[in-house]
Design a protein around this ligand. Structure first.
Ligand SMILES: [Fe+2]
Length: 290
């Protein structure tokens, strides 16, 4: 079996892309991914499709695929560390969706996507407990999903205002990547939330990460709020990117030599509003921003 670094040579360079999930364009003024790709091919290089199997794919995702646009499959409904969550019915539906999307790879936040059984009323997203005991079950789920789909599965560091457990989130994901021999998706905005929650510098934990495994980055806007006096960051996917998210993104670009894809997560904003953000991301990465 070739190692991930050997296998990664076959992963395509997708460039700059955008994310979507079922019904995202119903928000007033939301971005039309196909219009972005038509008008700015350098900015709409691929579509990261958020998939909750029970909802399926919406018309926008299907139209993108019909145009021949590249995709990645971002899962929104699996607790990787629960073997019973990768049940035969769900896996069959995932394979069917993979056949439709023909994604370059699968990815998704490695955390708790539901509390209790997988049910529409119980969907949420919680980060994993940051202890060494979390590593092996999560790695086992990643390997099982990779084997079931025949595609690489890149775990993403989830958002959170609070994190339980003593490890640094990058330390945990480094250990998971080694144990599953997989690549990684680093969400710069989610990492900024973690660093703030612990009172750490933007680049704390950078030395722990095997950067050659980082295949994809996410950049997203966030806003600072206070809940009963407690400062938190709302991962709102708006157009204002916090300074620490930028610093993490630029630091990641300098280190991630195997990078294939960057997603600007801004699916519910109008195109003219997000263009400056796209251009800044493109110029930081040194890609064509037309
Ligand atoms: Fe993300």
């Amino acid at each position: 079996m070739p190692t991930f670094l050997e296998r990664s040579a076959a992963l395509p360079h997708l460039g700059l892309g955008i994310s979507t999930e079922y019904g995202a364009r119903r928000s007033p003024g939301a971005l039309d991914p196909r219009a972005l790709r038509r008008e700015h091919p350098g900015l709409g290089g691929f579509l990261e499709v958020g998939v909750e199997i029970e909802r399926g794919l919406d018309a926008d995702a299907r139209a993108w695929v019909a145009d021949g646009g590249p995709t990645t499959y971002h899962f929104l409904d699996v607790n990787l560390d629960e073997p019973e969550d990768l049940d035969p019915g769900w896996l069959a539906a995932v394979r069917g969706t993979v056949d439709e999307l023909r994604p370059a790879w699968l990815c998704g936040d490695a955390g708790l996507w539901h509390f209790g059984t997988r049910d529409r009323g119980q969907m949420l997203l919680l980060p994993p407990v940051l202890v060494p005991e979390s590593v092996a079950p999560m790695a086992a789920g990643l390997v099982a999903l990779r084997q079931a789909t025949g595609h690489e599965v890149l775990p993403e560091n989830p958002p959170g205002a609070f994190f339980v457990g003593p490890m640094h989130v990058l330390e945990l994901f480094a250990a998971v990547a080694e144990a599953a021999d997989t690549g990684l998706l680093l969400d710069c905005a989610h990492l900024a939330m973690f660093q703030r929650s612990r009172g750490l510098a933007f680049d704390a934990g950078f030395d722990a990460l095997p950067w050659e495994r980082v295949i994809e980055l996410h950049v997203a806007g966030g806003s600072e709020r206070a809940i009963e006096g407690l400062p938190v960051v709302d991962d709102d996917h708006g157009i204002e990117v916090l300074p620490d998210t930028w610093a993490i993104f630029e630091g990641a670009l300098a280190r991630a030599g195997n990078l294939r894809a960057v997603v600007v997560e801004c699916e519910r904003n109008p195109l003219p509003d997000v263009l400056p953000l796209f251009r800044r991301v493109a110029s930081a990465w040194g890609v064509d921003a037309r």
